[in-house]
Design a protein around this ligand. Structure first.
Ligand code: PLP
Length: 402
């Protein structure tokens, strides 16, 4: 395997050294094959909001596996998860499940282009939307960490249809629309950016995107692959009151199994085959094991007080870390940038002292705290983290600063 990993963000290229090989997880903890225990703040990069091996999730997967892993035919489980997603996410009346976040964003953009009949898209520098060709321009964390703003192998023509503008910059979006009159099918945005480190939207930014896309006849796509079911049960859109045309989901919606989803109004979604002409398919889409894990995960998240407790533990951690750098936070997502800040976009994020972050990362890892091996990623708090875990994390981090 190139670099010993199946996804480059897992390697320690940005911080040096060799990643531990993981044997198992339980709750907030990971154990490597040498028996070392870590408090985990990566959470498989977002899905594990309940922590590792949550008993209800494990049981649901076991039950589903006994009935058969895949059929390639409709199941009740798909309908049940679809119902939960439609009830939860304000913009989604109709949904399709796929097997990754990358597929969700690719498919949503194909739908947007097919429905609007235009080819160009606008994305934000440092925004990551999976690894489709035309989305790998200024794509944040993984590529940012590797110092490859554009990947070789992406045809120039693919990337040329993508207009990249700075996050939190409505004037730049306005200029992009003006310079490409009636050519833009959609604006795709992380409603809280979490792949250049965490960068929340400035007040009015998302509202402005809603207004400009309407004005120019383009669709607004929220990539809520990280924020969906994390910032609230209805995602970022339920919190900020801005409703996009299409929403992409992934990570939490699969409860740790490979799932993505995209959805919107019935009128838009019925452009998709077999009802409409826009094609998209998947052998393992709506996989029964993955649907089962998603269903029980969402049911846990729907229990009263879940997000209040997650917020309280996240705020405790953020408060304890805030003096050590520029701490950006949205709910249980946060990044401690090694710089004074403020960090409002990708250019700001890049001013961080990545060598200092690398030293901080290893200081924490040696003391049993597992952070993302890159400055430009989120720290993910789960419901399994205890006050004792968080306090130990703060003490360990403070001993680095000292
Ligand atoms: C992780 C992520 C994706 C891609 O999802 P995969 O399941 O890794 O393909 C897309 N968008 C955002 C915002 C993500 O964080």
């Amino acid at each position: 395997m190139p670099g010993g990993v199946n996804s480059p963000v897992r390697a320690f290229k940005a911080v040096g050294g060799t990643p531990p090989v993981i044997d198992r997880g339980a709750g907030a903890y990971l154990w490597d094959v040498d028996g070392r225990q870590y408090v985990d703040y990566v959470g498989s990069w977002g899905p594990l909001i309940l922590g590792h091996a949550h008993p209800a999730v494990v049981e649901a997967i076991q039950r589903a596996a006994e009935k058969g892993a895949t059929f390639g035919a409709p199941t009740e489980l798909e309908a049940e998860l679809a119902e939960l997603v439609v009830q939860a996410v304000p913009s989604i009346e109709m949904v399709r499940f796929v097997s990754s976040g990358t597929e969700a964003t690719m498919s949503a953009l194909r739908l947007a282009r097919g429905a609007i009949g235009r080819d160009r898209i606008i994305k934000f520098a440092g925004g990551y939307h999976g690894h489709a060709d035309y989305l790998l321009t200024a794509a944040g964390s993984g590529v940012l960490t590797l110092g490859q703003p554009d990947s070789p192998g992406v045809p120039a023509a693919s990337a040329a249809g993508t207009i990249v503008v700075p996050y939190n910059d409505l004037v730049a979006v306005e200029h992009a629309f003006a310079g490409h009159h009636r050519e833009v099918a959609a604006v795709i945005v992380e409603p809280v950016a979490a792949n250049m480190g965490v960068v929340p939207p400035e007040p009015g930014f998302l509202e402005g995107l809603r207004r400009l896309t309407r004005q120019h006849g383009a669709l607004l796509i929220f990539d809520e692959v990280i924020t969906g079911f994390r910032l609230s049960y209805g995602g970022a859109q339920a919190l900020n009151g801005v409703t996009p045309d299409l929403t992409c989901l992934g990570k939490i919606v699969g409860g740790g199994l490979p799932v993505g989803a995209y959805g919107g109004s019935q009128a838009l979604m019925e452009h998709m085959a077999p009802v409409g002409p826009v094609y998209q398919a998947g052998t393992l889409s709506g996989n029964p094991l993955a649907m089962s894990a998603g269903i029980v995960t969402l049911k846990e998240l729907g229990k009263p007080g879940f997000y209040e407790r997650l917020e309280a533990i996240s705020a405790r951690l953020a408060h304890g870390l805030a003096s050590l750098g520029c701490l950006n936070r949205a709910g249980s997502l946060m990044t401690l940038f090694c710089q004074p800040g403020p960090v409002l976009n990708y250019e700001d994020a890049k001013k961080s002292d990545t060598a200092r972050y690398a030293r901080f990362f290893h200081h924490m890892l040696e003391r049993g705290i597992y952070l993302a091996p890159s400055q430009f990623e989120a720290l993910f708090v789960s419901a399994a983290h205890t006050e004792a875990d968080v306090d130990r994390t703060i003490d360990t981090a403070s001993s680095f600063a000292a």
